[in-house]
Write a protein that binds this ligand. Structure first.
Ligand code: NDP
Ligand code: HSE
Length: 456
């Protein structure tokens, strides 16, 4: 039994009242009766900390404060909800709250991916809850299924689109033929991309989410620093067109895989983020705009797909309130939710050891022997070619020593990233190669990429 007084309110301190925080306040107010019935006690907002209190006339004056440090340890606070973002001062604030025995609900993927272990230890030490469903894929219930529903299964892969801004940009490039810069401008104008879009377009936001997903899926602590990360700045209109001509679509993917060992040693984990070609027939290819979608594969459950709004004030607030109700219920019955499970401690593979397929586009001299020279470099680095296409060349091409150029597209079978990188370096050193125009990974996500001449 709990030592809380029967019917005593659950007292909530909110840190941050911007896009997400504002919606949390609205839902807490509008749905107060329903929330009380679901939790088993009234949920009462007792303080809101913001950076500039004078900018928040919408909040009752008695609730607002700039003193977040004072708020998180106040005796009349049971749960701290954090929607400020960033590492400091939030890390210090949440550690102080946890040390003081307050449970924490946060949407802060950057902090969790960098210092989730420290927060989890602090929660364990004081017997408090740490919930963060909103940190990955906004409204989509994804972390709780990984942490609870699928905990009896062995998850082998979690892969998908977890960044709405970049998905909006790539979708817009695909549908309109626009270049990256124009598509980014449109995303900014419509409010999807922030003034400084680097966390999204350089892949760091998705990498933080991949770290959280891999940690939960594989019971292993994975941090953002463990995640190989490439963004979408280099994806060109030509890449999008090349993908379309092969019946493929380019998406920024977060991929977390359990990689079986070949020598009887422990399995390993791979966590990576990069733009990749996927078959247009794959369900992820039709996830457009700012939506998110994630595939989870587990040995017994098979494939599961989660789809929905991955960002925005109200969708994210929905996930935060789900956590708030769960933590409130735990407080009412005097228990706590599941702890972090990192017992497996699997090693994380460096990207060089990860095998994927590649689409390599080269501009080469159009003369005898060039194709053979290119093929030789792939062979020498043990990268097996699955298909080759040549574009351009005509009546003036093909002469010995001629200056005409053609585009060669080489699609490989799966090869280690390090082998492909060495191949590209060697290709760039060939006289006949005018330039390696693009290197894109090809992910079939469990389906054969037949359009590329690649199967199995
Ligand atoms: P906003 O920038 O809209 O709001 C941030 C809030 O934090 C503001 O109210 C700001 O105060 C307050 N704040 C900033 N610094 C401090 C400080 N030192 N002490 C107290 N308050 C402070 O952010 P969002 O609502 O968009 O995002 C919040 C969190 O949710 C982030 O972790 C983000 O990654 C995450 N998230 C956001 C999603 C989205 O769609 N927006 C989706 C999923 C997760 P003031 O108002 O005075 O400036
Ligand atoms: N910037 C993020 C996105 C917000 O575009 O998906 C949600 O985490």
């Amino acid at each position: 039994m709990t030592d809380r007084a029967q019917g005593a309110p659950i007292r909530v301190a909110l840190l941050g009242c911007g896009t997400v925080g504002g919606e949390i306040v609205r839902l807490l107010t509008d749905q107060a009766d329903d929330l009380a019935a679901r939790v088993g006690a009234p949920v009462e907002l007792v303080g809101v900390a913001v950076r500039r209190p004078h900018k928040h006339p919408e909040l009752p004056a008695g609730l607002v404060t700039a003193d977040a440090a004072g708020l998180v340890t106040r005796d009349d606070v049971d749960i701290v909800v954090e929607v400020v973002g960033g590492i400091e001062p939030v890390r210090t604030l949440l550690l102080e709250a946890l040390k003081a025995g307050k449970s924490v609900v946060t949407a802060n993927k950057a902090l969790l991916a960098e210092d989730g272990a420290v927060l989890a230890e602090a929660a364990d030490a004081s017997g408090a809850d740490l919930y963060y469903e909103a940190a990955v894929a906004g409204a989509i219930p994804l972390l709780r299924p990984l942490r609870e529903s699928l905990v009896g299964d062995r998850i082998t892969r979690v892969a998908g689109i977890v960044n709405g801004t970049t998905n909006f940009i790539l979708s817009s490039m695909a549908s309109s033929g626009a270049g990256y810069t124009d598509a980014l401008e449109e995303a900014t104008r419509l409010g999807y991309a922030e003034a400084d879009p680097s966390a999204d377009v350089d892949g760091y936001d998705a990498a933080s989410k991949a770290a959280i997903l891999a940690s939960l899926a594989f019971h292993t602590r994975v941090t953002a620093a463990d995640v190989h990360c490439e963004g979408i700045r280099t994806v060109s209109a030509a890449d999008i067109a090349a993908a379309a001509s092969l019946d493929c679509t380019i998406k920024l993917l977060a991929i977390c895989e359990r990689v079986p060992s070949e020598d009887g040693a422990a399995d390993a984990v791979s966590a990576r983020v990069y733009p990749a070609m996927i078959p247009s027939a794959h369900p992820l290819a039709s996830v457009d705009g700012a939506f998110n979608a994630v595939f989870v594969e587990a040995e017994a459950a098979g494939q599961l797909m989660f789809y929905g709004q991955g960002a925005g004030g109200a969708p994210t607030a929905s996930a935060v309130l789900g956590d708030l109700v769960a933590v409130g219920r735990n407080l009412v019955v005097g228990g706590r939710g599941p702890r972090e499970s990192t017992y497996a401690s699997l090693p994380v593979l460096p990207m060089g050891a990860v095998s994927t397929r590649y689409h390599v586009s080269l501009e080469v001299a159009d003369r005898a022997g060039v194709l053979a020279a290119v093929a030789r470099e792939f062979a020498q680095h043990d990268v097996s070619i699955a298909a080759v296409r040549q574009y351009g060349g005509g009546r003036n091409g093909g002469s010995a020593g001629g200056s005409a150029a053609v585009r060669l597209v080489v699609v490989t079978h799966a090869a280690p990233d390090s082998a492909l990188a060495s191949t590209v370096e060697a290709l760039e050193g060939l006289d006949a190669v005018r330039g390696v125009e693009s290197v894109l990974r090809v992910e079939d996500l469990g389906r054969s990429v037949s359009a590329l001449g690649v199967t199995g």
